[in-house]
Design a protein around this ligand. Structure first.
Ligand code: AMP
Ligand code: FE
Ligand code: FE
Ligand code: ZN
Length: 281
């Protein structure tokens, strides 16, 4: 049996692995195929693709786009993205700028609360265009301003906490269209974390191709529920560990093992979608 992990992060967003380290871990876990899905960026894909090619592992270039549907944050995974697509790159660059500004705002809020974190120490840690709250949390721990990452989120960074800063997001409809015009397939990430199944029909209406049924934080019952929803709406089924490297626990890569038949279905869907719209390979 061949297995895939289709939800992985690197240092190009809030993961701790380089693309090469990620591929090494994938190899150790005996995976036949991986997808890189950093938050709002495809920067790591070229290096991950090269590292995969060197060990004959299949690589799917992807991203996890931050979007919203009816005021709920949803993460839409794009697979088989053309990482040179100018429309995609232009749009995600805007959200990367939003993320960078937000770091300044979060640090200012912390300073106001009497926490002397410097913005430079966050950016020294988040050496990427798509920084996020985990980088602020890690900087707080590194500077010994807080005991743990969990505590940083609980006290300051979680939604509604005093240093939480909302970020401007694209609509879920736009994220699906952006992925499609870049030759990709759009998949709703970890629906079990959102607990907002009522928005799924609208996403399907918007052209959603699949749903992430298997995820580290999905119980067996949840996975079964989303498999049923996938069947009802004729959606593709994906899964992944959402590994962020050595962030909180041991690396999660390999803990969710998607049977390869689902990757074959993704390939078939991509082919038929792109032959329908024409032009794209
Ligand atoms: P951001 O994109 O900046 O809003 O940060 C969201 C990221 O923070 C998620 O992708 C997770 O990696 C991480 N995250 C969210 N909530 C928590 C939490 N309670 N503890 C640790 N990490 C979290
Ligand atoms: Fe993350
Ligand atoms: Fe996510
Ligand atoms: Zn993720």
């Amino acid at each position: 049996m061949k297995f895939a992990d289709l939800h992985l992060h690197t240092q190009f967003s809030d993961g701790t692995f380089t693309p090469e380290e990620l591929v090494l871990h994938a190899q150790k876990n005996g995976l036949a195929c991986i997808a890189l899905t950093d938050h709002d960026t495809v920067e790591g894909c070229a290096r991950a693709a090269a590292a995969c090619a060197a060990v004959q592992m299949e690589f799917i270039p992807g991203a996890e786009l931050t979007a919203e549907q009816e005021d709920t944050e949803v993460h839409i995974l794009g697979y088989f993205l053309d990482t040179g697509n100018q429309v995609l790159l232009g749009r995600i660059a805007q959200f990367q700028t939003v993320r960078q500004h937000r770091i300044h705002e979060m640090v200012a809020a912390l300073n106001k609360l009497g926490v002397p974190l410097r913005v430079e120490s966050v950016f020294a840690l988040a050496n990427c265009r798509s920084p996020g709250r985990p980088h602020v949390a890690r900087a707080l721990v590194k500077e010994r301003l807080i005991g743990s990452l969990d505590e940083a989120f609980e006290r300051f960074l979680k939604k509604g906490r005093p240093a939480w800063v909302p970020k401007t997001k694209m609509s879920a409809l736009e994220s699906v269209e952006l992925i499609h015009q870049a030759g990709g397939l759009a998949v709703m990430a970890h629906p079990g974390l959102n607990r907002t199944d009522e928005i799924i029909p609208a996403l399907v209406e918007a052209g959603l191709d699949g749903i992430e049924c298997f995820h580290t934080k999905h119980s067996t019952v949840m996975s079964e529920r989303y498999l049923e929803i996938a069947e009802t709406h004729h959606l593709l089924v994906t899964g992944g560990s959402d590994c962020h490297g050595y962030s909180k626990n041991r690396p999660l890569i390999g803990t969710v093992r998607l049977p390869y038949e689902h990757v074959e279905r993704l390939h078939a869907a991509r082919k038929s979608r792109n032959s329908e719209v024409g032009g794209l390979k």
